[in-house]
Design a protein around this ligand. Sequence first.
Ligand code: HEC
Length: 198
Amino acid sequence: MTPDPQISAPQQRENPDPHEQAHPVPWSMRLLVAMLLVFCMAYITAADIETPAAWGDGREADELGGGKTTGAAKVDGAALFSSLCAACHQANGQGLPGVFPPLAGSEWVQGQASTAAAIVLHGVHGHLMVRGHPFNGTMPAFGGQLSDEQLAAVLTHVRSQWGNTAAPVSLETVAQARAAHQQRTAPFEGDKDLPAHD
Ligand code: HEC
């Protein structure tokens, strides 16, 4: 090869620029990747849904299984109270004087569970004495939108808050109250129409 007159002597002594060639991925590396894939798939397949929730993202098996593994997830009475009742009866259960009666210390809340359930199932309208004060408002019915379980949860909640110490309300009590008043289509007409609270 005749030297190119354009290229100086020092340049001609240089090695040619390197360029990449077709190097296959070493078989050991392919094997490693394949083994990792197999391991991961086997690990996920073999993972038990009952492993302690703390090992994962903290969700219980119940939540992951949509409540099908060990029964329905617990109903949160406090959350139901905040979203459905607190607007009128207030977050502190004291109500608004003359407008919304208090649930704190109320004889209706802490008396017969079946009467408390009847009030929330069908609502009340008209004269109602609560803690010695007359009220004359309208309490909406919740029987249509809440299940027995939700009603039991919210009643249990209000009976245990703000100094109230009445026993929890069972699902059966709510179901019985629902059955006992199933003919009713309108709210109770005040305290004269309601079953006794004690
Ligand atoms: C729109 C306002 C309103 C909402 C919402 C409401 N209530 Fe009432 N509630 C009233 C009024 C008004 C009365 C009194 C009715 C009367 O004067 O006849 C009452 C009465 C009651 C009583 C009997 C009296 C007493 O103070 O103990 C209970 C128990 C009760 N409500 C529970 C609940 C629960 C539980 C919820 C939520 C699931 C709820 N209420 C949601 C307005 C409301």
